[in-house]
Write a protein that binds this ligand. Structure first.
Ligand SMILES: Nc1ncnc2c1ncn2[C@@H]1O[C@H](COP(=O)(O)OP(=O)(O)OP(=O)(O)O)[C@@H](O)[C@H]1O
Length: 323
């Protein structure tokens, strides 16, 4: 077996189809040849629109699903050939309600989960108490989970994912349902996990979250990798897509700008605020010149962030679900 110590996750030419033998025309191809390397100790974001294949990939990495073809290794172990070696190395945290027992307490949930990993007695109690403290649930440790808010359930999910002390942690939309403060605390927690030397793979739709916590991100769409890089490098790569924002722009001036070559899109609100996306570097100057010439004084240029990169790469498909 060849492996690199630097790579916690190595995925090569991975495909996964879902279908029924009775209806071959209804086959859905969720992954179409994914290559992905997650370095040991990095926080890696997996970004993509609904149906991109993120959850399918996570399920394959956690040995819940087998790939149709291709390979995936976790800390050097092949997920298909050695699932028993992979399972203790990798933890998964889902978004939403999946996987928690509502009629029992957080302490009991963690106890059950820990027992599955062979923990018991004092060690299990020690680990459970430490995790409940870590995710801020100590005071509610003995209340029933079904009375918890979504954010509290999400924190319990995270504790559950850490019960086995995994080297690699997969967080599938981890901040779903968290209020902004809880999401902020959560990011701090992710940084702590990295400081402990763990590798974290996060799927998210939240670009701000990805920019805040990820060392690198992989954008996927329709089962394919579009790009992998550091968030700021991806943003720089798209630097032709600059944005100009201005206030008090008349409809006529907006129409004039819309017609310029190199203007990718232009939005104008009824009160005259415009946002112009520019896809050719030399167009920015011309847009600014025309705005100033028309008497506009409130304007700014904005460099693209990850959200813009994402929108351009997935071609503005937004919420549309693909097959
Ligand atoms: N068990 C299944 N049976 C049939 N099709 C499936 C199954 N699981 C996933 N798919 C299909 O595979 C594709 C990828 O789905 P997946 O859940 O991996 O996407 P995702 O990126 O996680 O999306 P979301 O952001 O909505 O959670 C979708 O077209 C989905 O309908």
């Amino acid at each position: 077996m060849t492996t690199s110590d630097d790579h916690a996750v190595e995925v090569r030419a991975l495909t996964r189809e879902f279908g029924s033998r009775r209806r071959p025309d209804a086959v859905v191809t969720a992954l179409r040849g994914i290559d992905l390397t997650v370095r040991t100790g990095e926080v890696h974001g997996l970004l993509g629109p609904n149906g991109a294949g993120k959850t399918t990939l996570c399920k394959i990495l956690t040995t819940v699903l087998l790939p149709s073809s291709g390979t995936a290794r976790v800390c050097g172990h092949d997920i298909a050939a050695s699932p028993r070696a992979v399972k203790p190395l990798i933890g998964i945290v889902f978004g939403g309600d999946r996987g928690l027992y509502g009629r029992i307490t957080p302490r009991q949930n963690l106890g059950l989960w820990g027992a599955l990993y062979g923990l018991h007695g004092r060690e299990l109690r020690r680990r459970t108490d430490a995790l409940l403290d870590r995710v801020g649930l100590s005071e509610r440790a003995d209340d029933r989970v079904d009375g918890f808010s979504r954010g509290m359930k999400q924190r319990l999910h995270l504790a559950r994912g850490l019960v086995s002390d995994p080297q690699v942690l997969i967080l599938d939309e981890p901040t779903t349902g968290m209020d902004p403060l809880a999401a902020y605390d959560f990011r701090t927690l992710v940084r702590e996990l990295r400081a402990e030397g763990r590798t974290v793979l996060i799927t998210t739709h939240d670009m701000a979250e990805a920019e805040a916590v990820c060392d690198r991100v992989t954008l996927i769409d329709r089962g394919r990798v579009l790009a992998t890089d550091r968030p700021e490098v991806l943003a720089r790569r798209m630097s032709a897509y600059e944005r100009v924002e201005a206030a008090a722009v008349s409809a006529a001036v907006a129409e004039d700008l819309r017609g310029l070559p190199g203007v990718f899109s232009l939005d104008r609100t009824p009160d005259g605020r415009v946002s112009v996306e520019i896809s050719a570097a030399d167009t920015t100057g011309e847009v600014l010149r025309r705005l100033v010439a028309s008497g506009v004084t409130s304007l700014a240029t904005v460099r693209p962030g990850l959200a813009e990169v994402y929108r351009h790469l997935v071609q503005d498909r937004g919420m549309r679900v693909t097959r």
